[in-house]
Design a protein around this ligand. Sequence first.
Ligand SMILES: Nc1ncnc2c1ncn2[C@@H]1O[C@H](COP(=O)(O)OP(=O)(O)OP(=O)(O)O)[C@@H](O)[C@H]1O
Ligand SMILES: [Mg+2]
Length: 179
Amino acid sequence: MGELFQIHKGTSRVVLSSSLFPKVVVKVARIRLIAGCISLWKWKRFLLHRFPWKVYHRCLPTPAGFWWKGVVENWNEHNFYQENKHPLLQPTLFSMGLVNIQTRGQPLKYDSGKFRECLHRATNGAVAADGHHFDNINNFCFWNGLKMVDYGSPNTQRIIESCGAMIKEGFDREFGEIV
Ligand SMILES: Nc1ncnc2c1ncn2[C@@H]1O[C@H](COP(=O)(O)OP(=O)(O)OP(=O)(O)O)[C@@H](O)[C@H]1O
Ligand SMILES: [Mg+2]
């Protein structure tokens, strides 16, 4: 039973893979009810006490961020793939918002520091604008070459549009082309 199901927990999705459906993964949006309620309470406290707005509001996540981020990222991921079909994207086949079906890739077994350096070099540092996604090797995989699995954020999508080809070329140059 050990390998029958595997679960990867991201900040906004839980990703399920299984030998029962070996070619795809199921990405289920996390709806973080309690974290959202806590942030609502913090906002209420913040508004009542009138903390200095400009300093404080930037680091206070909104409740919607906890409740809907996973659903929004699932939609964004599906739409971006369908509109774009960029060769760096791991194909997203289907979306209902709450649940996405994406083709399953193999994890990259490289040194994560070396991989990160490669992305920075290939894009002249442009990936630094989205460290959450581009500094984490787990957001990439192999599936007919290098692919990215986590591309629901508009920031990530902007970088893929402008630097996706450079990332693929830089990766092939430094790690060798793998089909
Ligand atoms: N298509 C896929 N094939 C294989 N593994 C995948 C795939 N999609 C996701 N995973 C695994 O699930 C993990 C979480 O997925 P993903 O990064 O899309 O979720 P997230 O909630 O957006 O994550 P994050 O915490 O980076 O914001 C990935 O780091 C990866 O290990
Ligand atoms: Mg991720």
